[in-house]
Design a protein around this ligand. Sequence first.
Ligand SMILES: CC(=O)N[C@H]1[C@@H](OP(=O)(O)OP(=O)(O)OC[C@H]2O[C@@H](n3ccc(=O)[nH]c3=O)[C@H](O)[C@@H]2O)O[C@H](CO)[C@@H](O)[C@@H]1O
Ligand SMILES: C=C(OP(=O)(O)O)C(=O)O
Length: 416
Amino acid sequence: MSKFIVRPNGPLKGKVNISGAKNAALAILPAALMAPGRATLENVPDIEDTQVMVEILKSLGVDINRTGDTLHLDIPDKPETTVPYPLAKTIRASNLLLGALLARCGRAAVPMPGGCDIGARPIDLHLKGFQAMGAEVTLSQGAVVVEAKQLYGAKVYLDFPSVGATENIMMAACFAEGKTTIENAAKEPEIVDLANFLNALGAKVRGAGTDIIRITGMGPLKPVNYSVIPDRIEAGTFMVAAAITCGEIQLTNVISTHLQPLIAKLKEVGVNITDNNGLLTVRGSKYLMPADIKTLPYPGFPTDLQSPMMALLTMAEGTSIIVENIFENRLGLASELKRLGASIKIEGHTAIIQGVSHLTGAKVRALDLRAGAALVLSGLVASGETEVCHAKVIERGYQRLDEKLRSLGADVELVK
Ligand SMILES: CC(=O)N[C@H]1[C@@H](OP(=O)(O)OP(=O)(O)OC[C@H]2O[C@@H](n3ccc(=O)[nH]c3=O)[C@H](O)[C@@H]2O)O[C@H](CO)[C@@H](O)[C@@H]1O
Ligand SMILES: C=C(OP(=O)(O)O)C(=O)O
């Protein structure tokens, strides 16, 4: 079983290049199926989850070659419509094949998705959206099957601004007859990136990044060259790494507006951040003040950065409170941080963190992708050695995390 071995080695220093966004690439790759022909996607991170998505697309008949961060795709006229179970169960974003294939082929069969074990994660809102557009939804041998001879534009109100449901409905609506309106839509930058990609293919998606997205069904789309946005969660993880080690690092390939909720919180705890024409400099402070965080849909504080922030706040001078509002199991990290000497009390969806002056290395387990990364960050300052096992889950979403941290001076090893 792979593990990260981390020892403290002083403040991080240097420059790190941020990869393309996992969650944008994982939506754009299925969307590429909607336009037959040759497409090129740039800035696609080479991580476990995109590798699985590439395998899924290959199983549907897409020919794909990777050169560095660029993928060349040859999309067939008639893709297969059944996603194999071993691949679908591995990642959450496999559910996005539902919208893409339903739009393009009128049918999709996708086994229930996997992804981080951070809560119940139902897909009822996705299915309600498809049904509102006239699709029939059935469950057959553990797979969700959606079918429609013709989709029709509809008004869809989401009870919660779900990222995945917004993406799925947006894709399906591109081939529906008439106009679709998604109300209470998710506003994450990855939604905007998917909308930009669909529009580049020739679709008509308006309002992405606001509560209301309007899509006019357009029929045939044409493949394009497109570059995925930078990963705000990877960037945020490195920013917290600089803060926790009291280092000074520069980040390239970032969009700082996507990071505003984190930048505001880091400034609140005393970290210095400057943005010089897209080069983000983060300088840690010896004295870290406590802070309160509530995770919320964008532009609120992102749940995916809650774990790294919890690691940081264990070292602040005072009491911090984190309320996790998106995923019910995401505070499980606290029990692992406590093995390192952190003082955290969990009450329902709230973590009460009493800062400590030092952490001590121990064997811990990456419960999910971001919790795993957070433990690696704590290991950068915990005395002795921290062993983060179940590291494969970290590789789902970080491209060569060990190498990037080492390039900043960290003592980190990934043992496979
Ligand atoms: C591959 C990907 O892009 N993953 C991201 C995506 O996950 P994902 O798309 O799964 O997250 P959602 O925004 O859908 O989930 C948010 C909340 O809505 C609930 N819900 C969702 C759909 C549904 O049909 N019914 C329902 O009740 C979920 O259980 C959760 O409590 O957005 C999350 C929230 O920003 C991020 O943490 C994930 O990194
Ligand atoms: C929860 C995450 O991913 P996924 O939705 O793919 O499980 C994440 O990226 O933190």
